[in-house]
Design a protein. Structure first.
Length: 166
C-alpha cells in the first residue's frame, strides 16, 4: 500500500505500559498486610482516574483508557498472586519476611535499619527492601549478634545483626 493512502493519525506510537517491579518466574509474591493494602489503594486510584477521564480527542481518550486498562491488568495480576504474610506470625528471634532489622556494617562501624518487604512495597528511601534483594537473602535466618556476609563481586561486606523487630 502506498503511503499516500495511510492516515497520518493512524501512525501513533504503540502504547507502552510500564512493567511492575521485577518478580522472577516461579517466585512467590510475598506481601505484608500494608503492602497488600497499598496495592488495593493503587487499584482504586487507577479506577478513579479511568472513571474521571474526560478528553475531547477520541483517539487520545482511547489511548488513555487502553493505558490505564493495561496498568490495571498488571496490578490485578500482582494482587491475585499476592501471598500475604503477617510479620507477627514470623519467628520473632530471626530475620524473616517483614522483619525490621538493625545492622552494624562491620567495616564502616555504621548502623542501618530497614524492613524486608514485598517487591511492590520496596522503597530504599523509606528503608524498605525487597525480600529478593541480595542483602535480604544474606540476612534471612540470622539472629541477633549473628554476622552475615554479602558478596558483591570480588568484595565482601559483613553485617552484624543488632536488633530484629516485627
Amino acid at each position: 500500500m502506498s503511503r499516500a493512502f495511510v492516515k497520518e493519525d493512524s501512525q501513533q506510537e504503540p502504547i507502552r505500559i510500564p512493567p511492575r517491579a521485577s518478580l522472577p518466574d516461579g517466585a512467590t509474591n510475598y506481601v505484608t498486610p500494608q503492602g497488600l493494602k497499598q496495592l488495593h489503594q493503587e487499584k482504586e486510584a487507577l479506577e478513579t482516574e479511568k472513571a474521571q477521564l474526560a478528553l475531547d480527542d477520541e483517539d487520545e481518550l482511547r489511548r488513555q483508557i487502553t493505558f490505564l486498562n493495561g496498568k490495571l491488568q498488571l496490578l490485578q495480576d500482582r494482587i491475585d498472586s499476592a501471598r500475604k504474610i503477617d510479620p507477627k506470625t514470623q519467628p520473632q528471634d530471626e530475620v524473616r519476611f517483614g522483619a525490621k532489622v538493625t545492622l552494624e556494617l562491620q567495616d564502616a562501624n555504621k548502623t542501618r535499619q530497614f524492613q524486608i518487604v514485598g517487591v511492590d512495597e520496596a522503597d530504599f528511601k523509606k528503608q524498605k527492601i525487597s525480600f529478593l534483594s541480595p542483602i535480604a537473602q544474606a540476612l534471612s535466618g540470622n539472629k541477633v549478634d549473628d554476622i552475615a556476609t554479602l558478596e558483591l563481586g570480588r568484595e565482601e561486606r559483613s553485617f552484624k545483626v543488632l536488633e530484629i523487630a516485627y
